[in-house]
Design a protein around this ligand. Structure first.
Ligand SMILES: O=c1ccn([C@H]2C[C@H](O)[C@@H](COP(=O)(O)OP(=O)(O)OP(=O)(O)O)O2)c(=O)[nH]1
Length: 378
């Protein structure tokens, strides 16, 4: 990466044409300095993460009749005009109700160069609250994907599934990664990285198509819990309030069964944990993907980005487990202890981040076991 002043002393940002990787924190800052990321006003503290940028909600929300993708040649603003039921201000906060669809213009827009693409995902805290959130760009046919060279605004589509949530201008529900080239490790590279770093702490790791992650239904040593099922008809959760709510008001703990199984009720939302401890070494980032896109019975991972340094001993993360957001679809479905539920796909960072996950003030989930979102008091 080079950041050089041009004749008008504007900073120009360039990456080598053959570079492959996800851009780390300081390159995200350099992109903003060069005008490739355009925040409506200055970033706030910790908005730039080791391998991603948190996106902030703007000051207005639109309730729309249905979710949509604009498609080529159409803007999101045009579709909002057609589909909006009403609009309201987020300046002093507003409640988003369950199962309604809202569109909120984000404070960050992009002016990407041709060699950089962006991919968005809910923040882990958003996924753990079951707030279904995707990013939409103008002219796009896909959620959460922002094409190379995109110049334009970004919008969040938000649909709380379980708890009504209070959001405000500046609330950070989504995050975006910037990538150049092809950063995914090939099977040989993944084998070599696992041999060197032990990405999951089991002896016979399944590395085909990503590192297999399985569910732990044996029960926590301290209390015998395997997970939590979300309650219905609860109070509102303020997404910006940390440790503000009692677990009992929102969640039912689930105890281990002697046979290590768990029947998922269709339509219910569960927080479970992985059996394996997982880690992401500093020069890599990972993403949790469905273990097999053809098995549609249940879904894990609404929020799938794993930061460089997550679970890494050198960043205080030894023994971190992946927290899994799980939902069964049409029929009750039996999960068994040790069943594979997702795969961690590893990608190269373009350079090591200045700060890894866990080394920054405010990393909430380093060294976690079975952990609800930061909003709940332990
Ligand atoms: O399905 C997931 C997704 C992420 N994580 C872990 C790995 C990731 O590195 C960490 C934090 O994720 P993220 O940065 O998305 O969450 P956040 O809400 O921004 O938390 P923090 O404030 O700790 O950054 O949570 C999980 O355990 N399960």
């Amino acid at each position: 990466m080079h950041l050089t002043p041009d004749e008008d002393s504007r900073l120009t940002f360039t990456v080598a044409p053959d570079a492959n990787g996800i851009l780390p924190d300081r390159m995200i800052a350099a992109m903003a300095a060069a005008g490739l990321i355009l925040p409506a006003y200055d970033f706030v503290e910790s908005q730039i993460q080791p391998a991603s940028l948190d996106l902030r909600l703007g000051d207005i929300a639109y309730r729309v009749r249905a979710s949509f993708l604009p498609g080529p040649g159409a803007t999101v603003a045009e579709r909002i005009d057609e589909l909006k039921l009403h609009e309201f201000s987020l300046a002093d906060g507003a409640v988003l109700e369950t199962n309604c669809v809202y569109i909120v213009p984000l404070l960050e827009s992009l002016a990407l160069p041709p060699e950089i693409v962006a991919a968005a995902n809910p923040k882990s805290s958003t996924g753990r609250l079951d707030v279904f959130t995707r990013v939409i760009a103008d002219g796009t046919r896909r959620f959460d994907m922002i094409g190379a060279g995109y110049h334009g605004p970004l919008y969040a589509e938000i649909s709380p599934k379980t708890f009504p949530v209070l959001v405000s201008e500046g609330s950070r529900l989504s995050q975006v990664r910037f990538r150049t080239g092809d950063a995914i490790l090939n099977p040989d590279e993944l084998d070599a990285l696992h041999a060197a770093e032990r990405l999951v702490d089991i002896d016979d790791a399944d590395l085909s198509g990503g590192v297999a992650v399985s569910v732990d239904l044996s029960g926590e040593k301290s209390n015998g819990f395997v997970g939590y099922r979300a309650k219905r008809h609860t109070g509102v959760v303020d997404v910006d309030r940390r440790a503000g709510y009692s677990v009992d008001d929102f969640w039912e703990p689930i105890s281990a069964r002697p046979d290590g199984s768990l029947i998922l009720d269709p339509g219910e939302f569960y927080i479970l944990a992985s059996k394996e401890a997982v880690q992401v070494p500093p020069d890599y980032a990972a993403e949790m993907v469905p273990f097999d896109p053809l098995v549609g019975e249940f879904r894990v991972h609404y929020a799938g980005f794993f930061d460089p340094g997550f679970g890494y001993a050198g960043a205080g993360g030894l023994g971190s487990r992946a927290v899994l957001e799980v939902r069964s679809r049409e029929v009750p479905f039996i999960l068994e202890h040790g069943q594979i539920v997702g795969r961690l796909v590893y990608e190269k960072m373009l350079a090591r981040p200045d700060a890894m996950y866990g080394q920054r003030i405010g990393s909430n989930y380093q060294a976690q076991g079975l952990k609800l979102s930061k909003h709940f008091r332990v």
